[in-house]
Design a protein around this ligand. Sequence first.
Ligand code: UDP
Length: 239
Amino acid sequence: MRINVLGVGFDNVLMIEAVARGVDMLSQPGAHYVVTPNPEIVEICRKNPEAMRAVNGADLVLADGIGIIKGARILGTPLKARNPGIEFAAYLMKEMAEKGLSLYLLGAKPGVAEAAGKRLAEKYPGLKIAGTHDGYFQEDGPIIEDIRRSGADCVFVCLGAPKQELWMAKHGEATGARLLCGLGGSLDVFAGVVERAPKFWSDHGLEWFYRLCKDPRRAGRMMKLPLFLVHVQKEKRRK
Ligand code: UDP
């Protein structure tokens, strides 16, 4: 059973369980998809029913961000662990490399997915990079066809929220891949374009603050975090 945080149902799993489920999906017929909502995405879903359906329709919903963990605790239904999408992706690639599976990277600015592919192929020997494409395309058809032709087992869809969730829900099946993962800005990190917060910051639940300091343009988006906590408090009182 999923844990409901303002309408989004989160799988109550440890990282090791999440990765095992991802690996299992890679061997099951049909397309599956994983989403990794943070408070900002939950707030988007509250306003956008289509995004809410796409997120809740995922085969695995991971709590990305300390805000979700805090929210679930305040609501009296704590989650076992925070499972950042980027860490889930790293563990999954390790497993895929051991099995010789292939990965398609979709998203980010032109050149970024390609650079990420080169670095990931070096870091995870055995992992096949089936193809890459930037995230600023106009038509879906040629992208779907390119993924299908590549024969990729898995696709990292990094188009930002809620674009990536909607894209996976709508086109996942047509890509022919067995697993799609919505991973926000992960390709920028894998390519070395953006630095992830050092462990100290993430261990103290301050990754959001580190990102804000590095890129103050995120301030508007960050305002969703206090708003999320206000909505959680309201929901708690309502309950
Ligand atoms: N992006 C994209 N296509 C778009 C809009 C965004 O490929 O139409 C990419 C953007 O370049 C970035 C990622 O999506 O690489 C979103 O990153 P962000 O930092 O917003 O995501 P977060 O990790 O905060 O969810």
